[in-house]
Design a protein around this ligand. Sequence first.
Ligand code: SF4
Ligand code: SF4
Length: 382
Amino acid sequence: MAYEELKQEIIDYSKSIGIDKVGFASVDVFTELKSRLERQQDLGYQSGFEKGSVEERTNPVKLMPEAQSIISIALAYPSRLKDAPKSKKGERRGLFCRASWGKDYHDILRDKLEKLAAFLSEKVYGFNYRSMVDTGELSDRAVAERAGIGFSGKNTTLITPEFGSYVYLGEMITNVPFTPDEPVEDSCGECTKCIDACPTGALVQGGQLNAQKCIAFLTQTKDFLPDEYRGKLGNRIYGCDTCQLVCPKNRKKDFHLHPEMEPDPEVVKPKLVPLLSMSNREFKEKFGDIAGSWRGKKPIQRNAIIALGHYKEESAVEELIRLMKKDPRPVIRGTAAWSLGKIGTEEAFEAIEAAKQIETDEQVQFEMDKGLEFKETARQHA
Ligand code: SF4
Ligand code: SF4
């Protein structure tokens, strides 16, 4: 009974520190998740960013032997940019996904969880806990689903009735035996909008994600982007929101409840060409605070180069030629050559041909050949 009262106190306290929803879950093994993860592993659908073994990821007691409950928290984030600058010819812009807008959410949620832990330490003698946000072993989504925060949609996001899927999730395993909350009913029904809208077919059989095909994952890789995905990237330089944008559960969901989550449009929708010549220090200064910078400058620049090719942005040709000739990173030189071919001006093709004479890296040479292959297409359209 005492814990029921404490539960209410936690809910009230959470609200007072800016946690938008809180739920309680048992520490039973996540059996469904376990078989899904095993299946994913067999099929090679994993992103490679996962932490821990399948056993650790599905059994909270493995992570904390005295575990008795899990507290799940959710914070709503904005879905619309106020005063978004236009991406126009001569000044094309890229886009970071919504989960990367504002200050890095990992820090914001960790701070809330720490406050909650301090609060509980005052209330419960011998309180012990282990908290995690996104990068821990547990699946934030599976915990939140069990704790009644929302249901797991076919787009593999956690959908809350209040805020749609635009929520950040975190959790805390505790040694307090709180009674678990009831899960929210799955209400995707017959809808398949997210599956139909996914540009790469990464959502398989509703509810399963092939991370190897998902743009959100692909934008974070550091090597050459496989050819078949380059045309699908559009202006995305980090992450992808398509399967959330089309979801009817997200209609009119746009919450601006946390000042630190307010995006700076110049940061989350930056001009592409200036991105290409940024020093590490400039990159850190401009993007260091947002979640989308965690993989560093290279993938963002590679994606920006692809986006410029997608726009056939002629004003970028000079800068792309400079990168193709001088950048020390083969991925950047090669992608620039490919993008120059996509843009397809005479100057671009001549530059690729000239650079090919002195290029020594085989992969870059291969990309240069690919760039030159666009010549035929460019001729047909001339
Ligand atoms: S994030 Fe993009 S690529 Fe990934 S499943 Fe959703 S729509 Fe498809
Ligand atoms: S788009 Fe439809 S199927 Fe996909 S998550 Fe939203 S409600 Fe579910």
